[in-house]
Design a protein. Structure first.
Length: 77
């Protein structure tokens, strides 16, 4: 299980506020061999095109990761 809070910055020339997005998520994960599936809830708090106006988006998210084992196999004596 993972709980995260990610404040995101916008540093472009047209940025109206440096912190224009925040993502809060609660994720559960399951692993099997080299695969990991993460599924959970994410709330994205995003600045709208109108400065000073924000939107709250609720989403179900899923990520699938695969870990490659790049180690060389050693021969047993």
């Amino acid at each position: 299980m993972a709980l995260s809070n990610e404040p995101l910055m916008n540093l472009g020339e047209e940025a109206t506020a440096p912190f224009d997005q925040n993502r809060i998520s609660l994720i559960l994960a399951a692993c099997y061999r080299g695969l990991m599936l993460q599924t959970g809830y994410m709330n994205r708090y995003v600045q709208s095109s109108t400065p000073g106006s924000f939107t709250s988006n609720h989403a179900l998210v899923s990520w699938l990761f695969y870990t490659l084992d790049m180690r060389k196999e050693t021969a047993e004596p």
